[in-house]
Design a protein around this ligand. Structure first.
Ligand SMILES: [Zn+2]
Ligand SMILES: [Zn+2]
Ligand SMILES: [Zn+2]
Ligand SMILES: [Zn+2]
Ligand SMILES: [Zn+2]
Ligand SMILES: [Zn+2]
Length: 436
């Protein structure tokens, strides 16, 4: 990757403070592309990957004149004050009052409409809102995939599996970071774990009061409203910090090193609960990301491991089950957790317990006696290659030219196309047949 994550670091141009953009403290990165600017460090927005969405940017070695720094701060303050949520509670109470009688929601303006306002939005897409509304996420238009705030909603099957796992983990309180569906469901279950939603999507402020929602950026642990800190701290430290689980469903492609810092900060807050003995263990985490992020997750969060649970979203064509029109091998999104694998009990008939692995795996994931584990990552059964001494994707063939398994159409090191079809890989071929 061309850019290395450094962290949240102070800056001399800002008097030793971390420079901020309207999305909170900025992250420090380093160019690592080997080009002319390699090694040069810069501050960039923690929320928006696209400079068009947030233009704040600063080279670390660039000296900002005091006047420039003052203007920078002013621009940030202006952008933050202009946000529609100056008063979260006022918006919530207003929407609650309207919705008590049943009202309409303008999807284009992302706003609950009073009866008298409806005519102003006659050209917009509006939806009726039931006074007993329990799933506001259904009203909002999902943000587009390219947006830093893109949000996908868990399917029913995924929600049910998560709830089972949370109960099994002894969760009493759940911090839902970017998981609005889960928050909604937990709010509907008075006997179950309590939940607090931490989310950067301000549209939810009309539906959840400040005690239930903090507008928050998970990549720099930033609260957009100062009262959020009190709500968050009380929630995390309740019951001496016991029974707290964090569920994070981040936008894919976000910086995992930054999320790791955030999880550390939450752990520190929890451990500061009164009467809690000091520990250094990460709090219980459920993190949701595609299987191919596994190496990144393990690098940044070595306390986590990947489970075989396929996480499905109802509003995404690829990240859903095959039955719902997704890819043939099911959703590529997985649940990562810090709970011991043995305690992550996944429901039949889709999952089974593998006794030698002592964990639950998808029924399509076969145990390889040579590797001594269930080896599939992407959802397809893998095959063992005796020459490589490991399991590989079923579409791969052993290439004698390269001395390893690869897709048949790979750019071959030996540049001998004949080597591809002439098997040294007869062993793997036989294995495949025997397994059928
Ligand atoms: Zn920003
Ligand atoms: Zn409108
Ligand atoms: Zn196994
Ligand atoms: Zn194997
Ligand atoms: Zn091989
Ligand atoms: Zn080759």
């Amino acid at each position: 990757m061309g850019v290395k994550f450094i962290g949240l670091e102070p800056c001399s141009s800002f008097g030793g403070e971390i420079p901020a953009c309207p999305h909170g403290p900025m992250l420090l990165f380093e160019r690592a592309d080997g080009g002319r600017k390699a090694g040069r460090q810069f501050y960039a927005c923690a929320a928006c990957r696209d400079r068009k969405a947030c233009a704040f940017f600063l080279w670390r070695d660039e000296r900002l004149a005091p006047e420039k720094a003052r203007q920078w701060r002013e621009r940030v303050a202006r952008a933050t004050a202009a946000a529609p949520v100056a008063d979260h509670r006022a918006r919530f109470l207003r929407a609650e009052e309207i919705l008590r009688l049943g009202g309409r929601y303008c999807v284009d303006c992302s706003q609950v409409l009073a009866g008298s306002e409806a005519s102003l939005h006659s050209a917009h897409e509006t939806r009726p809102v039931d006074p007993t509304l329990v799933r506001p996420s259904e009203l909002l238009r999902p943000r587009s995939a390219n947006s830093s705030e893109a949000q996908y909603l868990f399917s029913e099957a995924t929600l049910a599996a998560l709830l089972t796992l949370l109960n099994a983990a002894g969760a009493r309180r759940v911090l839902c970071c970017g998981a609005p569906r889960l928050h909604e469901r937990l709010q509907q279950q008075p006997g179950g774990p309590q939940s607090l939603m931490l989310d950067c999507d301000r549209r939810y402020e009309e539906f959840w009061p400040p005690e239930k929602l903090c507008v928050y950026n998970m990549f720099n642990h930033h609260m957009f409203c100062t009262h959020g800190w009190d709500v968050y701290r009380e929630f995390v430290q309740r019951d001496g910090g016991e029974g707290l689980v964090v569920v994070i469903d981040p936008p894919f492609g976000g910086r995992l090193e930054a999320l790791a810092l955030t999880l550390q900060s939450i752990t520190v807050t929890r451990d500061a609960a009164e009467g809690r003995p000091a520990t250094s263990t990460l709090l219980p985490v459920f993190l949701i990301l595609p299987y191919f992020n596994e190496p990144d997750v393990l690098r940044s969060l070595p306390a986590l491991h990947m489970t075989d649970m396929r996480v499905e979203y109802e509003n995404h064509h690829k990240y859903t089950s095959a039955a719902a029109g997704g890819r043939k091998h099911g959703s590529p999104v997985r649940l990562f957790t810090s709970l011991p694998a043995e305690r992550v009990e996944l429901p039949p008939p889709l999952y089974r317990r593998c006794p030698p692995c002592r964990r639950w795996v998808h029924v399509d994931n076969r145990h390889c006696p040579q590797c001594d584990r269930c080896t599939s990552k992407d959802g397809r059964p893998y095959q063992h290659c005796d020459l490589c001494e490991r399991c590989v994707k079923i579409t791969w063939r052993h290439c004698s030219g390269c001395g390893r398994c690869a897709l048949p159409a790979h750019p071959c090191a030996a540049e001998r196309p004949a080597a591809l079809s002439r098997p040294r890989d007869s062993t793997t071929g036989q294995k495949r047949k025997r397994r059928k």
